[in-house]
Ligand binder design. Structure first.
Ligand code: AMP
Length: 397
């Protein structure tokens, strides 16, 4: 039973082919620079890595190139397309139309297309990927797995913005949340580690280049830091996170930027990059901070402070806390950021273990709170592609 997982971005396409017998990855790769010059397709299997540079004007050609490579005698891993049993697509936005993954047919595709406005950069390539696969692998059921659906359990009082109610009804303006497949995967793993059934209050810190936090009560998401778009909430690599909305007009007047340019500025030029003036990458910031750079120190301090405030807020909103989990690039790899975040959190019941934190093995689950800590702290590596593969499998009969 093989599941092909596809994540289509505007100019790139990432894929993995899973053997679901043991959930192993038998091929993974990327097509990059789609629609730009020097596009290439890459595959990695047990035979090694292989790359072809070729013109790829659109996603349809990109997907066909991946399928050709997967079935290539020398570099591929399957004999023919019929060995692909199902296809899972990462789709960024479900709007309010789907609260779980869904098997794609014409009517589902139409509903997905009706939500393009909610994520205008991400949805068109997602749809192009789906349409191309439906043509190239027509025998395999196609499943849409949404970034937003894990957050569909957030109660209305938490997902509404205090704008006139009609703006929610007419324009679908509300908090949706993102990184849902990651929060879902990590929450399921956390429940297994917790071992007990019943009440479980969990905070998941997905700290990567994009960053978000979720409050998960009894396995259901009850709040998350990203909002109507992935710009909201935490300070990120290049994104500002939450700011006073009045700044947009003020910045526009001061700089002459249009509203569209200001939003782009908040998405691409802000965050820890904007504060430090050095980098969006925490490895660079940690080094610069060690070397005494004050703005790198400030960027790290602001990032950490924002995470702490969310942990405090979500503990309050859930009425307690049993576990905090760190995941994604920064959360899994930066012992320094984890230590700063958990510093002075004894009031919450966290007894952080510095030596466990620094000796945690990369890519593995690790407990980094002491044995006597009432609230447990863990590192759990995320695996969004595996969630998509598992969700897809549910629709294969
Ligand atoms: P992601 O978006 O989850 O792939 O995370 C990517 C980010 O993780 C990078 O931009 C870095 O900021 C961060 N990162 C990766 N490795 C490390 C590390 N060893 N130390 C600190 N930050 C890291």
């Amino acid at each position: 039973m093989k599941v092909f997982v596809i994540n289509c971005g505007s100019s790139s396409l990432k894929y993995q082919l899973f053997d679901m017998k043991n959930e192993s990855v038998i091929a993974r790769g990327i097509v990059d620079r789609i629609g730009i010059n020097e596009s290439y397709v890459q595959i990695e299997t047990e035979k090694g890595k292989y790359k072809i540079v070729k013109e790829m004007p659109n996603h349809s050609v990109a997907i066909q190139s991946v399928l050709d490579l997967l079935t290539d005698r020398k570099h591929g891993c399957i004999e023919n397309m019929s060995q692909i049993n199902a296809v899972g697509h990462r789709v960024v936005h479900s709007g309010e139309d789907f609260n779980t993954s869904v098997k794609i047919d014409k009517s589902v595709l139409k509903i997905i297309a009706s939500n393009v406005e909610l994520a205008p950069l991400h949805m068109p390539p997602n749809i192009a990927g789906i349409e191309s696969c439906l043509k190239s692998i027509p025998h395999a059921p196609a499943v849409a797995v949404f970034d937003t659906s894990f957050h569909s359990s957030i109660p209305q009082y938490a997902y509404m913005y205090a704008l006139p109610y009609d703006d929610y009804k007419n324009y679908k303006i509300r908090k949706y949340g993102f990184h849902g497949t990651s929060h879902q995967y990590v929450s399921q793993q956390a429940r297994q580690i917790f071992k007990k059934d019943g009440d479980f209050k969990l905070i998941v810190c997905h700290l990567g280049n994009g960053a978000s936090i979720s409050a998960v009560k009894n396995d259901k998401c009850v709040d998350t830091s990203m909002g109507f778009t992935p710009l909201d909430g935490l300070i990120m690599g290049t994104r500002s996170g939450s700011i006073d909305a009045a700044i947009l007009e003020y910045l526009s007047k001061k700089t002459g930027m249009s509203l569209t340019q200001v939003v782009d500025y908040l998405n691409k030029k802000s965050g820890v990059l904007g504060i430090s003036g050095i980098s969006s990458d925490f490895r660079d910031l940690e080094q610069a901070s060690k070397d005494g750079d004050e703005r790198a120190k400030l960027a790290i301090a602001m990032f950490v402070y924002r995470v702490k405030t969310f942990i405090g807020a979500y503990s309050a909103s859930m009425g307690g806390l049993d576990m905090v989990v760190f995941t994604a690039g920064v959360g899994e790899n930066s012992s320094l950021i984890r230590e700063y975040i958990c510093y002075d959190m004894e009031y919450l019941g966290i007894d952080f273990d510095k030596s466990k934190n620094t000796s945690a093995i990369r890519g593995s689950i690790a407990e980094i709170s002491s044995d006597k800590s009432r609230v447990k702290v863990h590192i759990i590596p995320t695996n969004e592609e595996l969630v998509i593969a598992r969700e897809t499998l549910k629709f294969y009969k």
